[in-house]
Ligand binder design. Sequence first.
Ligand SMILES: Cc1cc2nc3c(=O)[nH]c(=O)nc-3n(C[C@H](O)[C@H](O)[C@H](O)COP(=O)(O)OP(=O)(O)OC[C@H]3O[C@@H](n4cnc5c(N)ncnc54)[C@H](O)[C@@H]3O)c2cc1C
Length: 525
Amino acid sequence: MGKLTGTLVGLIALSASLVHGRVLEDLEQLDSAKQSYDFVIVGGGIGGSTVASRLSANPRFNVLLIEAGPTNDGVTDIAVPAFFGRINSTYSWGHVTTPQIGLNNRSLPYNQARVLGGSSSHNGMNEKLVPPPGGRNASGQYDPRFHAIKNAEQSEEIKFNLDVNSGKPSGLVWVQSTIGNGERCSAAVGVLGGQVKERPNLTILLNTQATRVLPSKKSRQLEIRTVEIVSISSGKKTTVTAKKELIVSAGAFGTPHLLLNSGIGDRKELEDVKVKSIHHLPDVGKGLSDHFGFQLSLSANGVVRPVDTVAALAEWQTNRTGPLTEALGHQLMFARIPPDAPLFKEHRDPAAGANSPHIEIIPFSLGTQVLAYVGLLTPKSRGTVKIASNNPLDKPLIDLGYLTHPFDLLAFKEGARIAKRWYEGPPYEGYITGFLGPDPDTLPEKEFDDALKAGAATWWHPVGTASISPKGAKHGVLDPELKVKGVKGLRVVDASAIPYVPTAHTQAAVYVLAERASDLIKASW
Ligand SMILES: Cc1cc2nc3c(=O)[nH]c(=O)nc-3n(C[C@H](O)[C@H](O)[C@H](O)COP(=O)(O)OP(=O)(O)OC[C@H]3O[C@@H](n4cnc5c(N)ncnc54)[C@H](O)[C@@H]3O)c2cc1C
């Protein structure tokens, strides 16, 4: 009898491990009536994948991770670092912004990933340290790396900084990237990879979009643990309810989109689009803060040695080595606008402190031209994410608000001047042969502003659309533990929770936030 009981227990345990611990390609494969999950997580990007990984490390918790996009597995355009920017519409939401008032009414395409790993599956991968590949001279006769380091030795403004993640990011720094063994290390690889996907208590449901979060009918206090989901391929709809918590990690656009479609937002604005308000929380979708930049050109005396992409791909496929193992070049510059710059007479300095840079410069050498992408790390312009209708499958209205604050126009001029001063350094003599502009010191102000408005482009670091706020504060969407204010059972863990864009590329900040959130969630259960 004892043996039989043991066998039965064994069989039950085996069947449990068959129904959990799977990557499901479609909602048809999810038997939600028979399954119960302690935690349901919407969005398999950096926030969602990290929380799914950390919570499922505890075998007591059954975790369901729902991702609208497909798997990243086996997609060469994702795995090859140099193919950054190449992934196609299968893996992207294909967002286009509303006409931007600050950019002379241009609408910008805004590439946000729709794939396991989220935007870490197609971003520029700045962060983790890898040694620069074997002294390879990427640009032919001249290697700008050596000019840059020599220049930093002599520059008062941008000094060489060995480690951008030392807490003092300003200076000329080596690019640090989330690349491992020559391949992109996205959240799908880094935190969900290896044995994690094999865990019997983790189910990953792909190609399935969350359309609404739904209140529990029984409770007196507003309680939300149920999510309505729809299969991207068949349109089949169902709901899943978490026993403990529902966690929304759909990113800075996806999270406010989902909350607004569920009736959580500004009551009046929801009524305008015929969505029934279930919770008046006016700041949902407000306060969007993002990095953006524009391009300066210089003429240069270099030669480009073209990469044979067929041979390079063959090398990458065989050995995971060669020119395709890097995405954004070798160096970046982070600088502060001088404290005596006239813009600070009119505007308060938005930087967090004396160690926070205002400007980032990304240099690219094209042989006879050098491009310097100047980005503003401390923008005062703010945007919004709204909904246009009560159809949750309609795209969100994304208004980035770029260049709507006068500080930003002035700050970009200072950024262009910092870049100019940098390339005037003696080590560039004979290599940089002219400044092609746009030049804030020779162009009339309106012409420079027009060039900026015509050229400004996103750097893809949106945050702030479901912002955390201090305990008891009337503003904001989340309390300090990332719970949606006034709601039981619902948290947000992604970039939307960060109130103001950090003076760094955002993925490390989102990983940190998600690790902290995982600890908070584990501590509550
Ligand atoms: C093109 C690009 C380049 C970037 N470059 C860099 C860089 O070089 N360095 C850096 O540090 N950062 C970079 N970033 C930013 C960084 O990738 C993001 O800050 C980070 O990925 C945000 O994490 P997240 O979890 O908030 O959202 P994401 O990683 O975007 O994940 C959100 C996930 O939720 C899913 N989702 C959304 N709505 C739903 C729904 N309704 N139902 C189900 N699933 C849903 C999405 O498909 C997505 O997988 C870049 C971003 C982009 C887009």
